[in-house]
Design a protein around this ligand. Structure first.
Ligand SMILES: Nc1ncnc2c1ncn2[C@@H]1O[C@H](COP(=O)(O)OP(=O)(O)OP(=O)(O)O)[C@@H](O)[C@H]1O
Length: 299
C-alpha cells in the first residue's frame, strides 16, 4: 500500500551560523492509511518540530514531505491553508477548543470552513459526537466538560472534515491515566476505522503499546533499534497524573512555533549529517488491535 505520508531527507535547522540548532535531521518516514505511528523521544528530541513540519505549519530546510500525493514542501503558502483543511486533522495537548462555542459548534467549525451545508453539518456533527461518546453533551461548553470529554470533542473536531492524516501532539498529556487510556483507545480505533494515517507524539509508554509502529527520535534523528517501551505497571493513577502534569507542553510549543511563523491561528483549527535508517517497523497483530478495541471505555 502506498503511504499517505512520505518524508524524505527532511532536516529543519533553526537559526544560522554558530547559533544554528537542528530540530530534526535526515528524516525518512512513511505512514500508510489506517496506521498509527507513535513518535517518542526525550524532551528536545524534535517531536514537535517533526509534527509541525508534517502539519505544514513550518517548512523543512531540506527534503520533501508528500501527503496524499501532494508535495507540501513545494506548495505556495496560500495553498497550505487549503491543504491543512482538506488533508489534516490536529489534536492538541490542551484540547484547543474555542470556549465560547458549544461542543457541537466546535466540531462543526471545520465543516463550516469547508463550506459544508447546514443539514449535512448537523448530521455529521451528531454522528461524530455519538462516535466519541458525547451524543448527550453537544450543547455544553468546554468548561462544562471534563478533560477527557474535551479531548474527545477535540478528536471529533479533528476528524470532522474527514482528513487523510491525524496529527496529535501529546494528546493525553493533560489527562489522568484512566482517561488517557480511554482517549488512546479512541484514537487507535478511529485511525483504524477511518483509514487515516495517524501520527502521535507522546511520552506515555501506554500509548506506545497501542501503536502500530513506534519511531524513536533522539537529537533530531530517527534511531534504529529503539528500545521497546517500558510499561509502568506499578504506576499509580496519581503518579501517572503527576508525570502528565510535569510533561513538557508540546502543544503550546507547537502553537507558539506556529504563531511565530504567523501561519495559522487556533480558530482556524490548525495549530511550531549522516542519514540513518528509519527504525524497523514493529507492526502489531490483528489480535493486539482487537484487544485495544475491547479495552475501549467510553465516558
Ligand atoms: N523555533 C525554534 N527556534 C529555535 N530552536 C528551536 C525551535 N523549535 C525547536 N527548536 C529546537 O529544536 C530542538 C527540538 O525541539 P522540539 O520542540 O521539536 O523537541 P520535542 O521533542 O518536541 O521536545 P518536548 O518533548 O520537550 O516538547 C530543540 O533543541 C529545540 O530547542
Amino acid at each position: 500500500m502506498s503511504p499517505i505520508i512520505s518524508v524524505r531527507g527532511v532536516t529543519r535547522v533553526f537559526g544560522t551560523g554558530p547559533a544554528a540548532v537542528a530540530g530534526c535531521r535526515d528524516i525518512d518516514l512513511d505512514v500508510t492509511a489506517g496506521e498509527l505511528l507513535v513518535v517518542r523521544g526525550p524532551s528536545g528530541a524534535g517531536k514537535t518540530t517533526l509534527l509541525t513540519l508534517l502539519g505544514t505549519l513550518d517548512r523543512p530546510s531540506l527534503g520533501t514531505i508528500v501527503i496524499d500525493g501532494v508535495d507540501t514542501t513545494a506548495a505556495p503558502e496560500a495553498e497550505l491553508v487549503g491543504i491543512r483543511r482538506r488533508l489534516l486533522g490536529f489534536v492538541f495537548q490542551r484540547f484547543g477548543l474555542l470556549p465560547a462555542l458549544t461542543a457541537a459548534e466546535n466540531v462543526e467549525l471545520p465543516l463550516r470552513l469547508a463550506g459544508v451545508g447546514r443539514d449535512e453539518r448537523s448530521a455529521r456533527v451528531a454522528l461524530l459526537l455519538e462516535r466519541v461518546g458525547l451524543a448527550e453533551h453537544g450543547l455544553q461548553h468546554p468548561d462544562e466538560l471534563s478533560g477527557g470529554q474535551q479531548q474527545r470533542v477535540g478528536i471529533a473536531r479533528a476528524l470532522a472534515a474527514e482528513p487523510r492524516v491525524l496529527l496529535a501532539d501529546e494528546p493525553t498529556g493533560q489527562l489522568d491515566s484512566a482517561t488517557a487510556s480511554a482517549v488512546m483507545d479512541l484514537v487507535v480505533e478511529l485511525v483504524h476505522e477511518n483509514g487515516v494515517a495517524g501520527v502521535v507524539t507522546t511520552h506515555d509508554p501506554a500509548f506506545m503499546e497501542r501503536a502500530d509502529r513506534v519511531a524513536h527520535l533522539h537529537d533530531g534523528r530517527l534511531t534504529p533499534n529503539a528500545p521497546p517501551p517500558v510499561a509502568p505497571p506499578s504506576s499509580s493513577p496519581s503518579e501517572m497524573k503527576e508525570s502528565a502534569r510535569s510533561a513538557p507542553n508540546t502543544g503550546a510549543v507547537m502553537a507558539a512555533a506556529a504563531s511565530r511563523r504567523s501561519c495559522i491561528s487556533e480558530p482556524e483549527l490548525e495549530p511550531g549529517t549522516e542519514p540513518e535508517p528509519e527504525p524497523e517497523p514493529g507492526r502489531r497483530s490483528a489480535s493486539d488491535r482487537g484487544r485495544s478495541a475491547r479495552n475501549t471505555q467510553r465516558r
